[in-house]
Design a protein around this ligand. Sequence first.
Ligand code: ADP
Ligand code: MG
Length: 553
Amino acid sequence: MGNQPMIVLSEESQRTSGKDAQTMNITAGKAVAESVRTTLGPKGMDKMLVDSTGSVVVTNDGVTILKEMDIDHPAANMIVEVAETQEDEVGDGTTSAVVVAGELLDQAEELLDQDIHATTLAQGYRQAAEKAKELLEEQAIDVSEDDREVLVQLAATAMTGKGAESARDQLAELVVDAVSAVADEDDVDIDNVSVEKVVGGSIDNSELVEGVIVDKERVDENMPYAVEDANVALFDGAIEVKETEIDAEVNVTDPDQLQEFLDQEEEQLREYVDKLVDVGTDVVFVGDGIDDMAQHYLAQEGILAVRRVKSDDFRRLARATGGQVVSNLDDLAEDDLGFAGSVAQKDIGGDERIFVEDVEEARSVTLILRGGTEHVVDEVERAVIDSLGVVRTTLEDGQVLPGGGAPETGLALDLRDFADSVGGREQLAVEAFADALEVIPRTLAENAGLDPIDSLVDLRSRHDAGERAAGLDAYTGGVIDMQEEGVVEPLRVKTQAIESATEAAVMILRIDDVIAAGDLRASGDDGGDDDMPAGGAGGMGGMGGMGGMGGAM
Ligand code: ADP
Ligand code: MG
């Protein structure tokens, strides 16, 4: 009886334990990081991702690459989550966060081989991350909302090396204008910046509309194309004859009665329109439909009407024009009307839209991004969204750091000093953490075609001499003062990256048992990796095609 193995798992389930589990997870995590590494920095390359339907995305954006990659492995997904958290919290630094996470795993692997326990490693990593945050906060430079120059530099840095590069400085100005326009005190809601993509024209034809663009046309041709100094009504309802709840049957016995009935309907519509006219409406945005008859009346009154307006647009219109959205026309009062200096239907990239502009205080704005092809515009949009996030974060936190690998190089030096005070085996983990951070300057150098060792040596010695803003000029290969150069990033880009990368690495390292209901390896959809050795990055079938992944597995 005693020798009988006890079976608690179902037959299909698959279990990997101990060292094998660790190795498998670390390999998977590293593979994810490796896949985006070549895109980092101003000289990073792009990836072309083709999904199962054949649609193509060309991008340099870490989180986009990882989301498009259809990753199956559970540990690999933890690293993808690092990028997603970074995207949600800051909007930039997704590649850096993932690359650091991968390097933390790589460094950990060496220490595990030297029989350092995973728990010790985890503790050391956590301590180091805590200290790193402290150090970064000490070094951060204060920026106020009035430092326009710095804000533009931040916006531009976030777009460096992306598809938006050619019009980077001009877009950076637009981004700062956009975010400044929508910023309420302490609260910057980027949702109030809408981004419209137009294929056609070049990137530098992009512009900022201080107001709202509604993707609709006026409802009747006889309405004016454009209205100046417009009182704008926002009515989230229908201008139609109210339908009875129950199917009503109207019995008419003679033609007069029918006419009377129709007159009644017309009368109701007339009242709606009169109400709008009475309060002084020049333009009305309507959430639902507008009856043909009502359209006719509105046109007669010279009112520009738009129907089926989305609730998001209502929110933006209300913010931009200062109007109130009403859901019952009877309640509409003069006070509820918003105001816009110009409401006009205009052609944009072959599409007619309604532009609501020249408002008193545009607390909702629209960025029109142009580019030669759809792929170009899409990538410009991603770069601009990163940039919007960076400016928002900075207005919220008011603290920035130089970029170009400067903070990471400085941190590595400081953390090695700090390691001495930690002692014990954790000291080794703190040192490993310091080494891992240097992956950023090293990768920036590699991607710029420079010798990473030379660059690191250079950087270290400059930092040793107290030049804390010394970073790598990816264009000349020199080491320069990044702050002077105007390469700056929000503090939170760095602290958030370190925090999420550490959490993910620690979580992966602490796993010594993977129990999967079903075959881990069969879960990939193309099964391309079925011949992987045990303990390899099994289950990552979905990533089989990525060139960057090959070397890591
Ligand atoms: P991420 O997704 O991490 O933001 P990026 O490809 O945007 O990845 O690269 C960001 C890195 O590039 C940061 O370390 C940043 O400091 C650096 N960087 C940006 N602009 C420059 C520049 N002009 N010179 C050197 N490094 C730069
Ligand atoms: Mg970036």
